[in-house]
Design a protein around this ligand. Sequence first.
Ligand code: DX5
Ligand code: ZN
Length: 217
Amino acid sequence: MPHILAPSLLSADFAELRTAVELIEEGPAGWHHLDVMDGVFVPNISFGLPVIKAIRKYAKKPFDVHLMIVRPDPYIGAFRDAGADNLTVHYEACTHLHRSIQAIKAAGMKAGVALNPHTPIAHLEDVLADIDVVCLMSVNPGFGGQAFIERTFAKITALKALREKTGSKALIEIDGGVGMNNAKRLVDAGADVLVAGNSVFGAKEPRRAMEELAGLG
Ligand code: DX5
Ligand code: ZN
C-alpha cells in the first residue's frame, strides 16, 4: 500500500486556512492533519471545534484530528460533528483508554492513539487490536518545526512486531520533524502515514513539497 501524506495545517498561515485546505485538496496528500492543543496537555494553544467546522466545508479528503488535550472524552461527539474522520487521543491523556477508543468508534470515526516520545510501544499491547491508527510522536508535541527524534525508527520496528503479535491492522503514523531528509527511510521502515507541517507549509513551494513527500522524490 502506498503511504498517505497528511499535511499539518498547524504550519499554514492561519489567516489563510481555507487556501491551505484547498491546496491540500488539489495535491497528492491523502488526509488533512489538524492539531488541537489546549495549553494544558501541551505548552501551546492552537485551534478547536469552530475552526475545524468552518474549514470542513472546503475539504473532501478525510480530516485526521490530533487531540493534544487532557480529558478528550467529553468532546468526542463534538469533534465528529465538526467533521473529524479520524480522531486521535493521547495515551498519556486517557486514564480509560479502552473506553475512549470504543467511544470514538461508536461515534463513527476511526480511532487513533498517539504516543509521546517517552512512551513505550508495549503499553499498547492490550488495546492495539482495537486501534485504527497509531500516531508515533517523533517530536515532543506542542509545536511545529522541531527536530526529528531518531529513536522513532526503533519504535516503528517494535510497533510492527506488536501489530503482528496482536493481529492489529493499525496504520503507523509518524508525526513531527518529517521531511525529505527522512521520509523515504520512514516509509521503508514501515510508516503508513507521514504527517508534515513545516516541510510543506514552510517550503518555498508547498505544492512541490507535497508532491515530493507523497512520491518520495
Ligand atoms: C506537533 C504536532 C504536529 C506538527 C508537526 O505537536 O502534532 O502535527 O504540526 O509539525 P512538523 O512537521 O513541522 O514537525
Ligand atoms: Zn499532530
